[in-house]
Design a binder for this molecule. Structure first.
Ligand SMILES: Cc1cc2nc3c(=O)[nH]c(=O)nc-3n(C[C@H](O)[C@H](O)[C@H](O)COP(=O)(O)OP(=O)(O)OC[C@H]3O[C@@H](n4cnc5c(N)ncnc54)[C@H](O)[C@@H]3O)c2cc1C
Length: 414
């Protein structure tokens, strides 16, 4: 076995590892970046449907942290030292121009995640990081409360400090297979339970297949298990056996793990109350009294949804507008405001955008990302017990925790 010595070893060449390695080297530390894949940033390349939603332009750090739920407080220091504005400046300085879209979502103006990865790779190379690809870390050697060796297939690396940025368990084909979780446990860390989140849902109803390919903008979905458990608003897309898209992804954060058999109600007109929608439909049928009910409804519903609504409501779509009664409208409003489905399950880690759970935050110093258990160990990115809805927040967390870990590990004077 060959042996190599570095100041800092960063394990994982994803978003968090790349930025951590670059900043560590910028501070003068001799840094090696170890990536099991043949290339860096494989997950980064598929983010945002290949466009990379690089951050969220939220200027208020407190609100940004709140998006991560109860665990968000941990991120105050990381977000203060590397905020979304810093992300924009960082990438801007590397030649990546960004565009802010709805809900603060920021994308590179090339609409191509490759631009982001190329910029990061330049940053890392420019600062002299040694990049080792095809370098799978097999295990960590631990002695007297320190990591003393990083074991690869044919070599051992000795590093003063080690940053673990191996990501979560989602999309394992990109290299994120959860190795870091096992090492963290061996080091004495505890893990918050790991769950696939931001993932499509499978529904029990067979009529869902009739809606395959239909996308709905800005609708609301609510999950019920006895009482309402969660509600999300956003776009969604029907698949052959369920639904996907931001609204579904975000509701998975609240209910994945307990979803089987839960009712999911779809509100296609969330800005109107039942009464308001009923009134609007009443006026519409009155104004089109000679047209068939299904023709009139076709002006407010896309064709695939119209067909499903007519089928499920068992109403005669061929009666004329003049004949549509209050009772008919009640049935229709029920369908449009509370189209009911039953959840079979969410998809597993193979299709989950992120992993919820991870290294317990109580065991990590939020000001440096250093382990409170192993003195020369740092964590960054998705391996930590942090996850947020869609919108660029998850990558911002990677930039912030990665930058902090890299700088802190390089300047730790103990
Ligand atoms: C389809 C999809 C779309 C997404 N879109 C967005 C988006 O637009 N915006 C957003 O904010 N977030 C998005 N996310 C989430 C975001 O991509 C992740 O939160 C982020 O990439 C996690 O970065 P990371 O560096 O922590 O881990 P990863 O990116 O998972 O990187 C970990 C790296 O460690 C390497 N590694 C693991 N084990 C070892 C080992 N033993 N030895 C050596 N190397 C190892 C892996 O090969 C991998 O390259 C998306 C996720 C997916 C799956």
């Amino acid at each position: 076995m060959t042996e190599r010595i570095f100041d800092i070893a960063v394990i994982g060449g994803g978003a968090a590892g790349l930025i951590a390695a670059g900043f560590a080297a910028e501070k003068g530390a001799e840094t090696v970046l170890l990536e099991r894949g043949a290339s860096l940033g494989r997950k980064l390349l598929i983010t945002g449907g290949g466009r990379c939603n690089i951050t969220n332009n939220e200027p208020d750090i407190k609100r940004l942290a709140e998006v991560f739920g109860r665990e968000g407080r941990f991120l105050y220091s990381a977000f203060s030292s590397f905020s979304p504005a810093d992300t924009l400046k960082f990438f801007g300085d590397l030649g990546v121009k960004c565009v802010t879209e709805d809900a603060g979502r920021v994308f590179p103006d090339t609409d191509d995640a490759k631009t982001v990865l190329a910029a990061l790779t330049t940053f890392v190379r420019f600062n002299g990081v040694k990049i080792w690809t095809d370098a799978e870390v097999r295990r960590l050697e631990i002695k007297d409360g320190l990591i003393t060796g990083i074991v690869l297939e044919n070599s051992i690396i000795r590093a003063k400090r080690v940053i673990v940025a191996t990501g979560g368990l989602s999309y394992p084909a990109t290299g994120s297979k959860g190795d870091g979780y096992k090492w963290a446990e061996k080091c004495g860390h505890s893990l918050a339970p790991l769950r696939p989140v931001l993932t499509p849902v499978k529904l029990k109803e067979r009529w869902i297949a009739d809606l395959e390919g239909l996308s709905l903008r800005d609708v609301s979905i609510s999950a019920y298990s006895g009482k309402k458990t969660a509600e999300e608003r956003g776009d969604l897309l029907f698949t052959k056996d369920g639904m996907t898209g931001p609204a579904v992804y975000n509701i998975s954060r609240s209910i994945s793990g307990q979803e089987h058999g839960m009712r999911l109600l779809l509100d296609m007109f969330p800005d109107e109350s039942r009464e308001e929608l009923d009134k609007r439909l009443g006026k519409l049928f009155a104004a089109n009294d000679k047209k068939m009910m299904k023709t009139v409804l076709g002006s407010v519903l896309p064709p695939k949804m119209l067909a499903v609504v007519m089928k499920l409501s068992a109403l005669d779509g061929e009666i004329h507008g003049a004949k549509v009664s209050k009772a008919h409208r009640k049935v229709l409003v029920g369908m449009l405001k509370e189209l009911e489905t039953v959840i079979d399950s969410f998809h597993d880690f193979n299709k989950a955008t992120v992993t919820a759970g991870g290294v317990n935050l109580k065991e990590v110093d939020p000001k440096t990302m250093r382990s409170k258990i192993i003195d020369n160990l740092y964590f960054a990115g998705e391996i930590l017990n942090l996850d947020a809805p869609t919108g660029g927040y998850n990558l911002q967390m990677c930039w912030s925790t990665g930058a902090l870990a890299g700088k802190a590990a390089a300047t730790d004077s103990r």
